[in-house]
Design a protein around this ligand. Structure first.
Ligand code: SF4
Length: 421
């Protein structure tokens, strides 16, 4: 067994923390766009981009970037000229692969009111190099959208998709939310049918989580909102999975489905390359308020305080709030935790390579004759019996190559993954 130097991919995540209006369930880091210092924010972001790139060059750790993802918040509420300047700064500061996947999240009803305005905005995004959109559709039922506090209607989604296709964008993800209080499984499936009519290349499906500190969280505490029971939630999830598989989508991650390509035996060409970085223990540079990153063996998180973010950058400092060099055990544990999210699971080899890659003087050295499987179970000796128990109950597949969750194992994925933490 050799430690190997895996050819790590690298991505950039940029956070835009502004939205037209806060949704009632939202616990993401976002503020109302109106009255927020958006221009100051993108100016600060440009400084952060340059500082990060300069640091990488100085350390000799700069590498080509394979994916860019602008998330939020709602990046499509940002002023086009500020966005364009910010992206130019990224391209001048980092070596971006010419074939990089470049995603921007865009919420329905934020691309413009008039056809001409929308088409011009989409053209500008095209010039910037954006080649993938991720749209927060959530539902195609106007009453449910209103209940969720979304600003858009089903008609907005149809119009935005029409414009996006007219501009030639051929890689689009649509988000679907299910288990909204009051919604039945049939309602969720009916939303899915309407989403399928748009022929998106990728669909992400999530059940609604009611979070503390949100209006929904307060309503639940006051007894005004009842969560969909777990059993019903899981039944709807499996119905969604089956319908998407019938419709020609590859279920490649717990919540993610990609349209199959011409060769249906090969991985779909529409898997999200950027999100795959997270599940593959690849590197990503997080930029912007509250953004997280993982580069050169270090996990970091930027401050979530907007004033602190702006003042750090005005003083020429990176706005980092937390930083941690991963130990070898952190690496293998994260590799298993995130790798189990993929339907193909995690191989012993990839997990052990993550372990051996860590810059950790305490890590165990494998014996010459030791194979990846034995080394893996040596590290997780305490978890082995319980893991075998899950395998015996048909929830986890453990073979000579590695481990993966079964369809029903997904329902208790957190319990299984926590064995390896
Ligand atoms: S659009 Fe997204 S980020 Fe913005 S408030 Fe709604 S859920 Fe939160």
């Amino acid at each position: 067994m050799t430690a190997g130097n895996m050819d790590k991919k690298r991505g950039i995540y940029i956070h835009m923390p502004f939205c037209v209006k806060k949704c009632r369930y939202c616990a993401f880091l976002s503020f109302d766009a109106e009255g927020s210092p958006r221009k100051e924010y993108t100016d600060a972001l440009e400084k952060e981009i340059k500082l990060r790139a300069a640091q990488e060059k100085k350390n000799g750790t700069d590498k080509p970037v394979n994916t860019i993802y602008i998330g939020g918040g709602t990046p499509s509420v940002m002023d086009i000229s500020s966005m364009s300047e910010m992206i130019k700064t990224v391209r001048r500061s980092f070596e971006v692969d010419p074939d990089a996947e470049f995603t921007m999240e865009a919420n329905p009803a934020t691309l413009g009111r008039k056809d001409g305005v929308m088409l011009a905005k989409l053209q500008a995004y095209k010039f910037m190099g954006i080649n993938r959109f991720s749209m927060g559709v959530q539902s195609m039922d106007n009453d449910r959208l209103h209940f969720l506090g979304r600003i858009h209607t089903a008609e907005n989604v149809a119009r935005d998709m029409d414009m996006i296709r007219r501009k030639g964008f051929d890689n689009v993800n649509l988000d679907l939310m299910f288990s909204v209080p009051g919604e039945s499984g049939d309602d969720a499936l009916s939303d899915l049918e309407k989403i399928l009519e748009f022929g998106p290349e990728h669909i992400s499906c999530y059940s609604l989580q009611i979070e503390e500190g949100t209006p929904f969280g307060e309503m639940a505490e006051a007894g005004e909102l009842t969560e969909v029971p777990d059993e019903e939630d899981r039944e709807t999830y499996h119905r969604i999975c089956r319908r998407l598989e019938d419709a020609g989508y590859e279920h490649y991650e717990i919540s993610n489905f990609a349209k199959k390509g011409d060769d249906s035996d090969s991985p779909s060409p529409y898997r999200s390359c950027h999100n795959s970085l997270y599940w593959n223990m690849d590197e990503y540079i997080g930029l912007g308020l509250g953004a997280s990153g993982f580069i050169n063996g270090i996990r970091y998180k930027n401050t979530s305080d907007l004033n602190e973010y702006l003042s750090a950058l005005s003083e020429g400092r990176l706005p980092i709030a937390e930083e941690h060099r991963n130990t070898a055990f952190d690496n293998i544990s994260e590799a298993v935790f995130t790798g189990l999210r993929r339907r193909e699971g995690i191989s012993y080899e990839d997990a052990v390579r993550a372990y051996l890659e860590a810059d950790d003087g305490e890590k165990k050295a494998p014996a010459e004759s030791c194979d990846f499987r034995n080394f893996f179970w040596d590290i997780f000796a305490e978890a082995k019996e319980e893991a075998m128990g899950y395998a015996g109950r048909g929830l986890l597949i453990i073979d000579n190559e590695g481990l993966k969750l079964t369809e029903h194992g997904i329902d208790i994925s957190n319990s299984i993954m926590s064995l390896f933490v």
